[in-house]
Each structure stands twice: as C-alpha cells, then as structure tokens.
Ligand binder design. Structure first.
Ligand code: HXC
Length: 514
C-alpha cells in the first residue's frame, strides 16, 4: 500500500469505529429518546475541542463468542475537551456497543482519563449508559470496576467528579457514581444495585423499574441523586451550569464573574421573613434576593427539603448556601437534612467555595424513629463538617436559632468568621413557651391565674433571650443588621475573607461519624 492507500484505510477504520454499534442500534437509541455517546459529547464539549484517546481499543476476550466479536472502542468513548473553555476529562459509555458493558479494556480507558484528570487538575465527567459488568469477561470485568472505584477515591477532593446517568446503571456499577460528587439522572434512566426481578426472587417484593431506580425514587427517597434531568440535553445543560460554579481542582479558586459597582439596600428583604416565629415562608425567596441575578442552583431539591443547599454567586464569587426551610417541617433538622447538609459543606470546603448559612431553625426533630435512626450520629456530621471547614464561613441568623440546631448551623463557636443576625432573631436554648414550661412549672401551677402568669413569663423570657442583643453583647453575634443590607454586608465580608488561611494540626484524616 502507498501512503494514500494507508490514509484511506485509516479513515475507513475510524469511520467504522465511530459508528459504534451501527446504524440500527443508533436508531434504537434515538427511538428511546436518547442521544448516542458521541452525540452527548458533541453537545457537552466546546466545538472542535475534543481529543479522543483509545479509539482503536479492543477487548482481549476469547470466551463465550468474544474472540470474533467486534466492539468498537470497546464500548466507551474517552478523551479530553473543554466546557466553556475549561478543560475536562470524560468517559462516555456507548450503549450501542455491547450494551456499554464494562470489560477489562473498557475500564482501563476510563481509568486513564481519571488519571489524566488528576495530573492536569481538571474535572472528571462520566456519562453512564451500561448493562454493567461484561458478563463474558468475568473477573477481568470486576477487576476493572475495582480500579475505577479506587481511582474515584483518588480523585475525591482533588478534582470535581460529576456522573450523568443517561441509561441503565445497575449492580455494582452504581458505586462509581456514588463515589463521585454529583449525580445527574435523566427521567428515563435507572440506577439500582439489584433490579426488580432479583428483588422479587430474593425478598418477594414487587416493584417497577421506575419506582425502584427512577430519579424520583433515587432523589426524593434515597438521596442518592442530586439533579433530575428531563432528558440527555437537559442533563448536559445541568452539568455545564454546575461546572460554572466550581474550580477545576482543589488548588484553584472557583472562576469569578463580573460584580455590580454598588449594592443598594433591598427593602423587600425586610418583608419576606414574618416576625411571628409561627408563620412560614420559603427561604429560597430570601436567597433569591441576596445572590447575583437571583441565580440559585439548588442541589437535591426534592430530598430532605427541610434544608436547602446549593450554589450561587455573590458579587461574581461562587458561594455554597445552606439554609433551613421553614415551609417544610418548620425547617427542623433531622437525619436526612443533616446528611445532606454535611456532605455539601465538605464538598464546598474541599473546593474553596465559601459557605453562607441562613438560619431559622426550631431544633432537631424529636422522635423515637429519629433516635433509633441515629440522629445523634447524623446530626454530629453537621457539627463535624462545619468545624472542619476552613473556607470563609458566614452565618445569617434570620429568626429562630434554638439549642443544638443553633450550634449545628455554623455558630461562632464552630469558628464561623462572621455571624450576623437580623433584629427578628431569637437565639435561645429553646422556644420561650417550652423554656417557661420547664423552668417555671411550679410557679405557674401555684399562680392565681396560671394562664396569665405563663404568658407574662413567656414575654419576660422572650424579651431577655429571644433577641439578638444578648448574643451580640457576648460576641456570639458580630453585628445586627437590617435585612435589606444583607447582600451588601455579605459581599464585603467575602472580600475581606477572601485571603483567609487557616492551618490545622497534621493528621491522616478526621473521623467524621458515618
Ligand atoms: C455483556 C451485555 C450486558 C452485560 C447488556 N449486554 N448487558 N453484554 N454484559 N452486562 C448486551 C446484550 O447482550 C445485547 O447484546 C446488548 O448489550 C444490548 O442489550 P439488550 O438487552 O438488547 O438491551 P435492552 O433490552 O435495552 O436491556 C438493557 C439491560 C439488559 C436492561 C441493561 O441488557 C440487561 O439486563 N443486561 C444485564 C444487566 C446485568 O445483569 N448486568 C450485570 C450486573 S452485575 P447483543 O449483542 O445481543 O445485542 C454487575 C456487577 C458489577 O454489574 C460489580 C462491580 C463491583
């Protein structure tokens, strides 16, 4: 062959491989409302930025008909590219090739990308669409998964890892996304450890694939998933938006966007939170008025909705927001809320994203179920995560801040850099009614008019403790501000704290209660 013939052969081979499992399987993928692996990459990555590696990869299987089986690119497209001009490494499973099943070479390709992410300090993105371990490759397949899991852990806290679930993700395969920082699942995708038929055989329970592994189940009930996407296009849009808030690695700051020249007071903030502590409101209205362009990317919106977490920007700087949600279970902290918040706090700390905490919390949820479920262990995660965090930590006490939950929402004693409160704040061991019933039980019983006396004592207790002034006098609160000035105060505090450095004693790692 001369050079022209060799180039022609090369191009033919490339064209054939890039067609994945062939036209019929691509059409099947489209009929199911899904994009192919290469279409997904085209949508996610900047034009002409993709550099593929491992196009000619081929499995080494010989058993169960594998010797003669062509599996183009071994069922996964891998490479580097850019998203909004920022480098990422990516592995995108191709369901049209052997059902995207994971064999030795398939997983080696994924691992190579993970290691390149680590070396170049760039986020790792994995698009999952796979029947799981390639059954014909046996232990080699399992070993491949083991290496992916190991590298997920090596990357953890060094570069952001994002998983998109755009098809099946069953069995042990689900543990790779679980080891990453964020999971985005499309409505038609399914993720579970054991499918409906295995569950029926083992436990007798009957459940549909959607009820078991659809995104509603795996966000609202299990808290595994962080974002629900309508379809592939939406999942990719969510991924791009999420990346925009994050640094490329733990040694960088998040990218900064433009800031306003002057911040004017926002009088509407004075009206959102009712003074009456029994009245409810949606804390996302407060967040919307504080952050840039009311642009708040809520994470896990449908899981443990009594606490709200998510990303936003303030004067162009990325911030992580944690806020009690008074319109869901009065904003109480429970097991799931503690897990949700603690994990988010640790992510923000790992990636240099300052934490803003908005407090309106009546306490930890009482109950046998919560105690038996380990609320002590789970609630402690919030104390641990906030205490261990060294990023700028700024807390706004809007209204109620009672007892252990006051502490757990990043008080001064957990080393918050600023704690400010609004004049509506009530910072106390417990609500005035409960406090009076405990400490003045006998006095109320003996009073001529017990109802009147109880009310007098409640008022006295509230006037004494349930204001921010006592806390401010003892330096638990740095300042008391008009709600309208919150955005301005926080922006200045973030500027001041930008150069914050804090060094802790060397250790292998802390022992967060799991
Ligand atoms: C090898 C597989 C495969 C697998 C699918 N295929 N899964 N090949 N190993 N795990 C192949 C099919 O044989 C078929 O090939 C092609 O992919 C498309 O699959 P279909 O079944 O035709 O597609 P569909 O009807 O859409 O069903 C998709 C599916 C189903 C629900 C994912 O394929 C399925 O149930 N697969 C097996 C899932 C499973 O049990 N995986 C192992 C989990 S255990 P042909 O050539 O016929 O078109 C596991 C352990 C990991 O993953 C442990 C790590 C710690």
């Amino acid at each position: 062959m001369n050079i022209d013939q060799k180039i022609q052969e090369l191009n033919q081979r490339k064209d054939e491989i890039q067609l994945g499992g062939g036209v019929a399987r691509i059409e099947k993928q489209h009929e199911g409302g899904s994009l192919t692996a290469r279409e997904r990459l085209n949508v996610l990555l900047d034009q002409d930025s993709f550099q593929e590696t491992g196009l000619f990869a081929r499995h080494r299987g010989t058993l169960f008909g594998m010797a003669e089986k062509e599996m183009h690119a071994d069922g996964v497209v891998t490479g580097a590219g850019s998203v909004n001009s920022r480098l990422v490494h990516i592995a995108c499973q191709d369901f049209t090739v052997g059902g995207g099943s994971v064999g030795e070479i398939h997983s080696a390709k994924i691992v190579q990308m993970m290691q390149s992410s680590l070396k170049t300090g760039s986020p790792f993105i994995m698009i999952n669409d796979s029947g799981g371990a390639r059954i014909q490759e046996g232990i080699d397949s399992l070993s491949g998964y083991g290496k992916v899991f190991y590298n997920n852990v090596m990357l953890s806290g060094v570069v952001p890892q994002i998983s998109l679930i755009c098809g099946p993700c069953a069995g042990g395969a689900a543990y790779s996304p679980a080891l990453t920082d964020f999971i985005i699942q499309t409505k038609s995708a399914r993720i579970f450890i054991t499918g409906p038929s295995v569950i029926k055989a083992v436990t007798g329970e009957e459940v549909s694939s959607e009820d078991l592994g659809g995104p509603a189940a795996q966000m609202n009930i299990s808290g595994v998933v962080h974002f629900i996407a309508e379809d592939d296009m939406d999942a990719i849009a969510i991924c791009k938006r999420l990346l925009s808030f994050l640094p490329s690695n733990n040694l960088e700051d998040p990218p900064r966007k433009e800031a306003e020249e002057t911040i004017l007071p926002d009088k509407q903030l004075n009206e959102i939170v009712p003074v009456d502590p029994k009245q409810s409101y949606d804390v996302r209205d407060v967040i919307g008025h504080v952050v840039d362009h009311a642009d708040f990317m809520e994470v896990q919106a449908f899981f443990a909705s009594n606490i709200v977490i998510g990303f936003a920007r303030l004067q162009g700087r990325s911030v992580g927001i944690v806020a009690n949600q008074p319109c869901v279970m009065a904003g109480v902290l429970d097991i799931n809320a503690s897990d949700k918040a603690a994990r988010f706090i640790r992510f923000c700390n790992a990636f240099n994203i300052p934490l803003l905490t908005f407090v309106d919390v009546p306490g930890f949820l009482p109950g046998v179920e919560q105690e038996y479920g380990g609320i002590i262990r789970h609630g402690a995660k919030m104390l641990f995560a906030y205490s261990a965090a060294t990023v700028p930590k700024i807390t706004v006490i809007m209204r109620k801040a009672y007892g252990g939950a006051y502490l757990a929402m990043c008080c001064k004693d957990l080393d918050a850099d600023r704690v400010i409160s609004w004049p509506t704040a009530e910072i106390a061991v417990m609500g005035a009614e409960g406090a009076v019933d405990v400490i003045f039980r006998n006095e109320i019983k003996k009073a001529e008019d017990p109802v009147l006396r109880r009310q007098e004592l409640i008022t006295e207790y509230r006037d004494t403790f349930s204001t921010p002034y006592v806390s401010a006098s003892r330096l638990h609160v740095d300042d008391i501000i008009e709600p309208a000035d919150t955005r301005r105060y926080l922006a200045l505090a973030l500027d001041i704290l930008h150069s914050k450095r804090e060094f802790r004693p060397q250790k292998k790692h802390g022992l967060i209660p799991l």
